[in-house]
Ligand binder design. Structure first.
Ligand code: KG4
Ligand code: ZN
Length: 357
């Protein structure tokens, strides 16, 4: 019987210290033998956001214990592994160094291959942990630092067709939560309190909704939430504004997703089922899932969402990307840590003053 590849994954790009042992299944999906995540919510709560030096210190304090737990739970020893994968970027450099250095050291002393992994590729491949999806597929990657539409043609072959020109979707949720004082982390708090509000009670702007293809802009929406928050008189007003914000994000994503689907159709001619894959922390939001599910059905795409545990930052997706790269002999062992690392190097950089769309 063919030996099944088994990888240890390590993730420390932001405020989650995570380690996971993943084994490939014969049907193209993955068996996650352990998926340990230690979140630093308590450390960053009082600052209302991630403080890089505090995050790095917490990673240093926790990482050996987390890796040990991941190995113990999986009942694997370093000797049983085929490789070790660690996030090398994009992210906070002081944080990335912690996971990268320990991963590389374990690999060197254990005489294993070391795979530096792009965090965004981890998210992009995460839906295939549980689903047998075939390339090419349309991907919406929505996290705290990134919001992009990509055509995933294959491993290492990504074409960006849209991105945010200012704030990421998760960032807009986090800032709205901070403005409305709904608690940290922002995304889940906005979702929780929006349930008590009336989504039609405020009309909020949808910047660049009728232009710029499937590019997104959310800074103007956040500024309007800030402006309207000054006139809030009760908790009910607050919940209404949270609900209206979430509904506006839904409207924007519905419209821009249909545009992305049209671009995908124009560029890719496949007779088989077309997949629309949604990944990243924001993909955990239930109303966004429901709304994108409907848009997919209307446009004849099959939507694929990762389970909640694989939406936010985790190390299973990093180990999985390592396995995929090992199989295709696509390692880049000399890659070092970096804060910026786009999936599509040819994509235009759409940020900053003077930008015309
Ligand atoms: O992928 P992720 O864990 O980390 C990054 O790579 O950024 O995404 C974190 C982001 C945060 O901005 C968080 O507020 C958002 O995902 N998020 C959500 C929800 N859960 C997490 N946004 C909206 N609704 C949620 N339920
Ligand atoms: Zn992430």
């Amino acid at each position: 019987m063919k030996k099944k590849l088994t990888f240890l994954g390590i993730e420390t790009s932001c405020d989650e210290t995570a380690a996971s042992v993943v084994q490939e299944n014969s049907d193209g999906t993955a068996k996650v033998l352990s998926n340990i995540i230690s979140s630093q919510i308590k450390e960053h709560k009082k600052f209302g956001g991630v403080v890089p030096e505090i995050a790095a210190r917490a990673h240093i304090e926790n990482i050996d214990f987390i890796i040990d737990q991941a190995l113990k739970k999986s009942r694997k020893k370093i000797n049983d592994l085929d490789g070790i994968a660690a996030t090398a970027g994009p992210g906070l450099v002081v944080c990335l160094h912690v996971g990268y250095n320990i991963g590389k050291s374990i690999a060197t002393f254990g005489k294993k291959s070391f795979f530096p992994i792009n965090h965004l590729e981890g998210h992009a491949l995460s839906p295939s942990i549980e689903n047998n999806i075939t390339f090419p597929y349309l991907l919406l990657l929505v996290s705290g630092g990134h919001s992009q539409y990509l055509i995933v043609n294959g491993l290492n072959n990504y074409k960006q067709i849209g991105t945010t020109i200012d704030d990421a979707v998760g960032e807009a949720f986090d800032k709205t939560a901070k403005i409305l004082d709904l608690g940290y982390p922002g995304g889940p708090s906005v979702e929780k309190f929006a349930k008590f509000g009336d989504k039609d009670s405020y009309i909020l702007p949808q910047p660049i909704i009728n232009r710029a293809g499937c590019n997104l802009s959310l800074a103007g929406l956040k500024t309007d939430v800030l402006r309207k928050s000054k006139n809030i008189k009760s908790n009910q007003d607050k919940y209404n504004l949270a609900a209206a914000f979430q509904e506006t994000i839904n409207k924007i994503l519905r419209k821009k997703t249909e545009i992305a689907m049209n671009i995908f159709r124009k560029n890719i001619s496949i007779k088989s089922k077309k997949y629309f894959v949604i990944a990243g922390g924001v993909a955990a939001n239930k109303t966004i899932r429901k709304s994108l599910q409907k848009i997919s059905e209307k446009n004849n795409f099959k939507p694929v969402f990762p389970s909640k545990e694989f939406c936010g930052d985790n190390a299973a997706m990093i180990a999985w990307a390592g396995i995929k790269r090992f199989k295709k002999k696509l390692n880049r062992e000399n890659e070092t840590v970096k804060s910026r690392w786009p999936l599509d190097n040819d994509a235009p950089f759409l940020k900053g003053p003077g930008l015309k769309l």
